[in-house]
Design a protein around this ligand. Structure first.
Ligand SMILES: Cc1cc2nc3c(=O)[nH]c(=O)nc-3n(C[C@H](O)[C@H](O)[C@H](O)COP(=O)(O)O)c2cc1C
Length: 369
């Protein structure tokens, strides 16, 4: 298994969905960053189950505890260990999936790869719950980026089950609207239609997916380590570590394949003495290095694998096809809860690169006495 991410700002995620806890260790966080549970908890609350009518009915309070690496309200430079305890756990429904794997989930591949020793309860390491550890680490990365560089990261839902949100260019409006609706889209008019579609899918025993867009502003020029740690490579790797992500495109994305060079090339210009581009088809990255323009990308999230509709699967012990009816408490649409996870992964990658490029120093502030 590979459970660590990043070079200098390096996180290690641990825990299983129905084990004792889910947590993270961050190694390489600079000292002198003011940090407490209050910086982490609001982000975890955005990811938490049971937060609205369109998320799973599981109730987990997900109260974060910082166990190490913070003293007198500041990071010390030592590893930061944080966790949440698992409380609302019902593992009974998962016994069946050891023998009859859920189509679309990791039950089959995990069993084959780990010889059946994997903790299958609640999906184990393959549960969406693991993303709580990403959000804890992401909250620290985000604070680091904001405090030192004023970097700002916003993700929002732009499509649900084929229903597209109206394009909103104004980032401040996106930020203002996104938490006003449980579907986390900035287009409040379309939000209701999206929510209805999620509820309809759930009533039919089904699920739907969608698209999340992420926009990062105030990114310094020069982040990214070509060739194999280009910014696109590292963001993509981090984003694909979120379960249920099936695609990513930066800037104009797949549309570039239908453009001419003269259309796609972002023309350089000067504004207030700074070199900018007039358009941003590159999504803020050229040659794997940040251009200083907003980093923009969109990701495709698949429909939740665990649906209550009857499905075809196999019984591994009986070596024959069988029907599977999944019970339990699952999200009919993962997208809204994945929004803070996308922001967190992005923050971790950018914090790591900012430290590697020396634009975030190893000591954020020095004590005066
Ligand atoms: C926030 C979040 C919540 C999730 N909740 C569920 C869920 O309730 N039921 C489910 O089947 N999958 C859920 N998933 C997705 C599965 O964990 C994922 O589909 C599975 O591990 C297989 O991995 P893959 O889809 O990346 O191939 C969730 C993912 C995220 C990011």
């Amino acid at each position: 298994m590979s459970n660590s991410l990043g070079e200098k700002f390096r996180i290690t995620s641990f825990g299983e969905s129905h084990g004792k806890c889910v947590g993270v260790v961050i190694d390489g966080c600079p000292s002198g960053l003011s940090l407490s549970e209050d910086d982490i908890q609001p982000e975890l609350n955005r990811r938490r189950p049971g937060q609205s009518q369109i998320t799973t009915k599981r109730q987990e309070e997900d109260q974060v505890e910082i166990l190490s690496g913070v003293f007198n309200g500041y990071t010390t430079g030592a590893p930061i260990c944080m966790l949440i305890w698992n409380k609302d756990v019902d593992s009974t429904k998962y016994e069946l999936f050891r023998d009859v794997p859920r189509p679309g989930h990791a039950d089959f591949t995990a069993r084959q790869k780990y010889g059946g020793f994997n903790d299958y309860r609640g999906g184990g390491r393959f549960s969406g719950r693991i993303t709580a550890s990403f959000v804890m680490a992401g909250a620290v990365a985000r604070k680091l980026l904001r405090d030192v560089l004023n970097v700002d990261i916003t993700a929002h839902t732009i499509e649900i089950g084929g229903i597209k949100a109206k394009k909103i260019e104004d980032i401040s409006l996106i930020k203002k609207n996104v938490e006003k609706t449980p579907i986390r889209t900035a287009d409040l008019e379309t939000a209701e239609k999206m929510i209805e579609l999620v509820i309809q899918a759930e009533n039919e025993g089904d699920s739907i997916g969608g698209i999340i867009e992420c926009i990062v502003t105030n990114v310094p020029i020069g982040l990214g380590e070509p060739i194999f740690s280009s910014l696109e490579s590292d963001i993509s790797k981090a984003i694909f570590s979120i379960p249920a992500v099936k695609g990513i495109e930066f800037g104009a994305g797949f549309r570039v394949s239908r453009m001419k060079g003269s259309e796609n090339n972002d023309k350089f210009t000067f504004k207030n003495g700074q070199i900018l581009t007039k358009t941003n088809n590159a999504g803020g990255i050229l040659g794997g290095i940040s251009t200083g323009m907003p980093i923009t990308f969109r990701i495709a999230i698949k429909p939740t694998a665990s649906i209550t509709k009857k499905q075809e699967s196999v019984s591994i012990s009986e070596k024959k096809e069988t029907e599977l009816q999944i019970e339990g408490r699952h999200d009919p649409c993962i997208v809204p809860r994945a929004v803070p996870v996308v922001e967190s992964m992005t923050a971790m990658v950018l914090a790591d690169h900012a430290i590697r490029y020396n634009v975030i120093p190893p000591v954020i502030r020095r004590m005066t006495s």
